[in-house]
Design a protein around this ligand. Structure first.
Ligand code: ADP
Ligand code: ADP
Length: 230
């Protein structure tokens, strides 16, 4: 059974035009999709619907096999705990240190503090933020904040990882390193949806595409491989 299912989903913001129309797709457990489409096509809106951060104005969404309309607030919160999200604006918690931002999802799940110390320490070192554990997120560069947001999203090994342009602020080498991290997570069973404009990444990692054009969604095969030496 599908991990995510959209049936004829529509979204209209208050007083605005319809941003998504008749969007239907499903994501098998363990699948990996890129979400593409021009700016303004509705990619962020689709990710927010997946994260239960907003309610669709038409159609039906099922997550983890349950119709989200039937969920209460506590159920929605529990589902969000099984998801990792990298928002375009990062949404780091400014009053918490770098370490505590990443530790928070583990603390919510009541992981033992020794395990938190170890896992968060390793992950921060791996994304190149080991020296910044005690810093405030506001003191980090844009690329460092993006790495921090990614570390926070993956630390619990979520069932579903959603990321909005997660490599947009990173140099090519760090971007590739994090794309390889997503590949590893996917091999361990995490279902992934990554919104990206980056045609190099699309051609290199070759996952099926959810393509949004003016609010309509088409599922397409992976982008063709790059020509010539990479
Ligand atoms: P993308 O991520 O593909 O750039 P978005 O989902 O951000 O697309 O936006 C799709 C459309 O919805 C745009 O026209 C945008 O202006 C509009 N939109 C997005 N968020 C809101 C909002 N909170 N209120 C009103 N309109 C919005
Ligand atoms: P609340 O808004 O009651 O504090 P949440 O924080 O769980 O509850 O909800 C965040 C957002 O999700 C709200 O804007 C709410 O409208 C939206 N939402 C509520 N119910 C659903 C649902 N069944 N599916 C998707 N989004 C929902």
């Amino acid at each position: 059974t599908a991990l995510v299912r959209f049936d004829d989903v529509g979204m209209r913001y208050d007083g605005g035009a319809e941003v998504l129309h008749g969007v239907s797709f499903s994501l098998a457990p363990g699948s990996y999709h890129f979400l593409t489409g021009p700016s303004g096509a509705g990619k962020s809106t689709l990710l927010r619907l997946l994260y239960l951060a907003q309610r669709p104005t038409a159609g039906q969404i099922s997550l983890f096999g349950r119709d989200v309309r039937e969920l209460g607030r506590a159920d929605r919160a529990r589902m969000r705990q099984r998801m990792g999200v990298v928002f375009q604006d990062f949404r780091l918690l400014p009053h918490l240190s770098v370490f505590d931002n990443v530790a928070l999802p583990l603390r919510i799940l009541k992981a033992p503090e020794a395990e938190i110390r170890r896992d968060v320490g390793e992950l921060l070192a791996w994304v190149g933020l080991g020296e910044h554990e005690a810093a405030s997120p506001a003191t980090l560069s844009g690329g460092q904040q993006q790495r921090l947001a990614i570390a926070r999203a993956v630390v619990v090994r979520p069932r579903l990882l959603l990321a909005d342009e997660p490599t947009g602020n990173l140099d090519a080498e760090m971007g590739l390193k994090l794309m390889h991290l997503f590949e590893e997570l996917n091999k361990l069973g995490t279902t992934i949806v990554i919104a990206t404009h980056d045609t190099t990444l699309l051609a290199r990692f070759r996952h099926p595409r959810l393509v949004l054009t003016e609010g309509r969604l088409k599922t397409m095969p992976p982008a063709p491989p790059p020509r010539g030496p990479v």
